[in-house]
Write a protein that binds this ligand. Structure first.
Ligand SMILES: Cc1cc2nc3c(=O)[nH]c(=O)nc-3n(C[C@H](O)[C@H](O)[C@H](O)COP(=O)(O)OP(=O)(O)OC[C@H]3O[C@@H](n4cnc5c(N)ncnc54)[C@H](O)[C@@H]3O)c2cc1C
Length: 409
């Protein structure tokens, strides 16, 4: 006779845990408060779901700045390559893109959820949608059951808590699991937004709202001028500051700075050295020699950006181009190569891709995902104090920890 297992939360962590536990012959009920499984999966990877990353285990750990070492057992038990194989087995073909990112061939996150649903059905998991769990019951530091929000008590031998983080609460991850874990004596390491848009001090960002820049390079500098991070790719200006793929990635590198007292330096023309850019501008200035400066940058910059750059360059906008001095032109070159923003915060946790912090890894056995404080209680996914960079690492964490919890409970 298998045990009676309750899994709370049908995200990637909970689904994997439930299916694996059921495959082992346990009687598994998966409670999900939404009317469907994997709501966050549907919006992941811009609706394409970056399932995992095609790297090795060291590569996974390196990309998990939040307690990556805690995950060795989980990844050795169920690796990213095992995950790809798992999906193939349930009919989901995958492909590898830039940076090792793995996506469904169909580019459709719905297909990931369909594969997971097949897995749950095949394993005979009792899936209970629209069923929020309120509390986990324990006696003598051992799990005895759960209580649903409607008051129903469900006795069980083991619970896997997989309610996710506190980001994008519209997907169901409203942080309920932290409350349940805390009530049972667990330490919740401070929750912080990670992979999150950044706030800038400069008012002029508002004028650039909605402007997306492709192929720019960024550098993040500490107050003391130390280089913290560099990247190349796409970013976006917003009414409050900056966002977009390279900004979200950069944000994790300044979490320890609380997103304050750092500078973001944007190189708008990374393919050109200062000399080459100067030559390029000189050519434009020759072409537009009878125009005013403010009307001479159309070939060089997106339209929206021109008034901002003109203002920041300090060159008189009405000045005719043929009157611009060499030093002024050089200063313009430096500005385009070093457009600087003072970062003074981040958007809130609800707008972050992941939640850093969570149930302390000191209180979880890394070989089983079982709580060290409450017997029969297991954790899976983002609720644990682990977080990775973009690139498929966060879903990999959820699936691998879910697997380990499912085969251990
Ligand atoms: C916009 C966005 C894009 C992302 N893209 C990617 C990506 O492409 N690749 C990647 O690796 N990561 C991505 N992530 C991160 C990744 O989706 C999460 O880290 C991952 O989903 C966490 O899995 P989880 O199972 O721990 O939690 P979740 O996926 O959050 O699932 C938790 C589940 O628990 C349920 N739940 C919560 N409380 C209760 C309760 N009291 N009772 C019952 N059920 C409850 C929730 O409704 C939810 O279904 C993205 C995140 C966001 C927000």
């Amino acid at each position: 006779m298998g045990k009676k297992v309750v899994v709370i939360g049908a995200g990637p962590g909970g689904i994997m845990a439930a299916g694996k536990a059921a495959e082992r012959g346990h009687n598994v009920t998966l409670f999900e408060k939404n009317d469907r499984i994997g709501k966050k999966i549907l919006i992941s990877g811009k609706g394409r779901c970056n399932i995992t990353n095609n790297t090795d285990i060291e590569g996974l750990i390196e990309n998990i700045p939040g307690n990556g070492n805690f995950l060795y057992s989980a990844f050795y038990t169920f690796s990213n390559h095992d995950l790809i194989e798992f999906f193939e087995q349930y009919g989901l073909k995958t492909k590898v893109e830039r940076g090792g990112r793995v996506f469904p061939v169909s580019d459709d996150a719905k297909d990931v959820n369909n594969a997971l649903l097949k897995f749950l059905n095949k394993a005979k998991v009792n899936l209970r949608l629209n069923s929020p769990v309120q509390e986990i019951k324990a006696k003598n530091n051992t799990v005895t059951g759960v209580v649903l929000k409607d008051g129903t008590e469900v006795p069980c031998d083991a619970v896997v808590l997989a309610t996710g983080g506190a980001s994008y609460p519209g997907t169901g991850s409203t942080g309920d699991g932290y409350v349940m874990a805390k009530k049972l004596g667990h330490t919740i390491v401070d929750l912080k937004p990670s992979l999150v848009p950044l706030l800038a001090e400069e008012e002029w960002v508002k004028e650039l709202q909605g402007l997306s820049l492709k192929n720019v390079s960024i550098t993040i500098l500490s107050k003391a001028g130390k280089k913290i991070y560099t990247d190349f790719g796409e970013m976006l200006f917003t009414h409050f500051g900056v966002s977009g793929p390279i900004i979200l990635s950069a944000s994790r590198h300044i979490l320890d700075y609380d997103y304050k007292n750092v500078k973001l330096v944007i190189d708008l023309k990374p393919a050109l050295s200062e000399e080459k850019l100067d030559e390029r501008i000189l050519r434009d200035f020759e072409k537009y020699s009878r125009k005013q400066y403010k009307n001479s940058l159309d070939d060089l910059l997106p339209k929206k950006m021109i008034p901002v750059i003109v203002k920041l360059s300090g060159i008189e906008p009405e000045k005719f181009v043929n009157q611009i001095k060499k030093e002024e032109r050089r200063a313009l070159v430096r500005l385009l190569k070093n457009l600087t923003l003072n970062i003074n915060g981040s958007r809130p946790i609800k707008e972050a891709i992941v939640t850093a912090g969570g149930v302390s890894t000191d209180e979880i056995n890394p070989s089983t995902m079982e709580s060290k404080l409450v017997k029969g209680l297991y954790f899976a996914g983002e609720i644990i104090d682990v977080d990775g960079y973009t690139g498929g690492f966060n879903l990999t964490i959820a699936f691998s920890t879910g697997y380990l919890a499912g085969v251990s409970c």
